[in-house]
Write a protein that binds this ligand. Structure first.
Ligand code: FAD
Length: 538
């Protein structure tokens, strides 16, 4: 097959225009083309009056000699190449006699893809997940949002499916992926019931409810292949002898002996981070970000981004990605933008408030939301201890709890009042979507001064890119503290901890992913590393 990239057509083009674009580009007749498959479809909306769709297309010709001739003829054209083989190839298979079973801690996207890939290779992994299975977890999470009853072991952060289960389900990432692991993640998701379009749209998303059923199906496959998943079970201790992992202790007291442990615990497993630090596993503090969730009406964002094309079915609800470098040397950026979604209560510890965002597949809620956050780093902001970033997160989340009125309401303020430094606010046109509820207050008390100054400078700057962004009515809700892990568990080229053999730190919590797709990709890489180690392969 021949892959054509950067084929640009106007937003409202006719279906047959694609064929014309192909035949014109590679100078063939329509009869010489057997079929084409859309590999990717993105768009360029920089000019609202002339929005372009951008296609990557895989073409099958009727004559294979012609395929080869054209590839030679267009050798110097980077947009005409042979279609790469993106199918997944396993690194090995577990022999029948193998008795050791790898243990995977955490059943988020990283643990899930690690466990699934290991199971598909015949390794029969044992998965330990502290939270509940996804249906019970959904009840636990909604119980918190509706009745303020926090289950510290089963919530937005913890439970089957991991942190991204109640999310927008955005499935894109900027990680380099030369081995096409992302394709395997997407293919597994489609097999489990995700819409097929995630394989070709440039910014795929699946929304919360679809994720719930997909996770169940993937779990069923792991079990059918001989794996085992234990919910509501936490790993409380790691056994290390002569710098090598020998097993884990569960909160039930049971000990599982193994020399291969995948640690895919996400960024909120603060007790587990403390435990492995106490055990001597090498950890470093790493940069993360702090800030607020911002809400606007989705129609404001659609109008600003798409003008008269707002509401177009192909474009869907508009998103944005913004960065501003501030005078005080800090950078402010938007993160985890959820078009047509809601702000969610994402706490996992009592007496603390933290926000995040989610949406359904339809993305048809009234408001757009995203995190507006300021980058912070260990050297300047939380020096001297690998776990100091966690302490800072806790302080800010406790402060948010207090500012919100100590009942899990989140502190909030309109953008107008926040920018003017006017504490006694009233809500404007943008109604808060956060449940259990908000308390209007002075949000400048919720973050360090440098962060407040930076956000106050950035919001008007963002208004130059998205008209209406700094409108008085918009709403800020606090606080965002869990944009990424505050630590990094260093690993070597065999994907094992640099000082603890057999421990495979993985996914977002260990600092190797930021989002569902990259966590899944890391899970596959780590599964391969575990398989190679168990099979004594290079
Ligand atoms: P996690 O998903 O955090 O999974 C870790 C798992 O380990 C958890 O289930 C936890 O219960 C378990 N665990 C922790 N400690 C232990 C222990 N000691 N014993 C047993 N189990 C343990 N990303 C996107 O790409 N797109 C989005 O739209 C998106 N939206 C999000 C919305 C929300 C509300 C949240 C919270 C996150 C969102 N993210 C999104 C981020 C994304 O969810 C994470 O990047 C991703 O889930 C990280 O995957 P992970 O497997 O590394 O860790």
């Amino acid at each position: 097959m021949i892959r054509l990239t950067e084929i640009k057509l106007p937003l409202n083009h006719a279906p047959e225009d694609i064929t014309t674009a192909i035949t014109t580009k590679i100078k063939i007749s329509a009869e010489q083309m057997e079929s084409f498959v859309m590999f990717k479809r993105g768009y360029d909306a920089r000019n609202k009056r002339n929005i372009q769709l951008i296609y990557t297309l895989d073409i099958t010709l009727t004559d294979s000699d012609l395929t080869n001739d054209l590839l030679v003829q267009f050798e110097s054209d980077n947009h005409v190449k042979a279609t790469p083989d993106t199918s997944y190839k396993y690194v090995g298979a577990a022999p029948e006699y193998l008795t050791e079973r790898p243990v995977v801690i955490g059943f988020g996207p990283c643990g899930l893809l690690a466990a699934l890939t290991l199971a598909q290779m015949g390794f029969k992994p044992i998965i330990i997940e502290r939270g509940n299975e996804v249906r019970q977890r959904t009840k636990d999470t909604f119980g918190f949002w509706r009745q303020r009853k926090l289950n510290t072991e089963s919530n937005v952060q913890f439970g089957e499916g991991g942190a991204g289960t109640f999310s927008d389900g955005k499935l894109y990432s900027q990680v380099k992926d030369p081995n096409h692991y992302g394709r395997k993640v997407m293919t597994e998701f489609v097999k489990a019931g995700a819409p097929e379009e995630i394989l070709f749209v440039s910014k795929p998303h699946i929304g919360t409810y679809k994720l719930v059923t997909m996770v169940e199906k993937m779990r069923a496959e792991i079990i059918a292949l001989g794996g085992e998943v234990r919910f509501a079970t936490r790993v409380d201790d790691l056994h290390i002898t002569d710098s090598k992992v020998t097993g884990v202790t569960l909160n039930t007291g049971e000990i599982l002996k193994t020399n291969h442990v995948v640690l895919a615990v996400g960024h909120s497993a603060r007790d587990t981070f403390q435990m492995i630090h106490d055990k001597g596993v090498y950890i470093e503090a790493k940069p993360f970000s702090i800030g607020f969730r911002i809400e606007h009406k989705q129609s404001t964002i659609d109008q600003a981004r798409f003008g008269d094309n707002a509401g177009n079915e192909i474009l869907g609800a508009a998103d944005y990605k913004l960065v501003h470098h501030c005078k005080n040397g800090r950078s402010v950026y938007s993160f985890c933008m959820c078009p047509g979604g809601t702000v969610v209560a994402a706490a996992s510890e009592e007496g603390r408030v933290v926000t995040n965002g989610m949406s359904q597949y339809s993305r048809n809620e009234r408001n757009a939301n995203s995190a507006i956050v300021v980058g912070i780093d260990p050297e300047r902001d939380y020096p001297n201890h690998p776990l100091a970033g966690i302490e800072l997160q806790r302080q800010l989340e406790t402060l948010a709890f207090e500012l919100g009125g100590k009942d899990y309401s989140a502190p909030a303020q309109t953008i107008g009042d926040f920018l003017k430094g006017k504490p006694d606010s009233e809500l404007g046109d943008v109604k808060p979507s956060y449940t259990p509820g908000i308390t209007l207050t002075d949000l400048s008390k919720a973050l360090p001064d440098f962060a407040v100054d930076a956000i106050r400078e950035a919001i008007p700057a963002f208004n130059k890119k998205i008209k209406g962004f700094s409108s008085d009515d918009g709403l800020l809700t606090g606080v965002e503290t869990r944009t990424s892990s505050p630590i990094s568990i260093k690993r070597n080229k065999e994907f094992q901890s640099i000082n603890t053999e057999g421990l495979f730190p993985a996914g977002e919590g260990a600092g190797y992913a930021g989002g569902i797709l990259s966590a899944g990709i890391d899970g596959i890489k780590v599964a391969e590393a575990v398989a190679k180690s168990m099979l004594n392969l290079e």
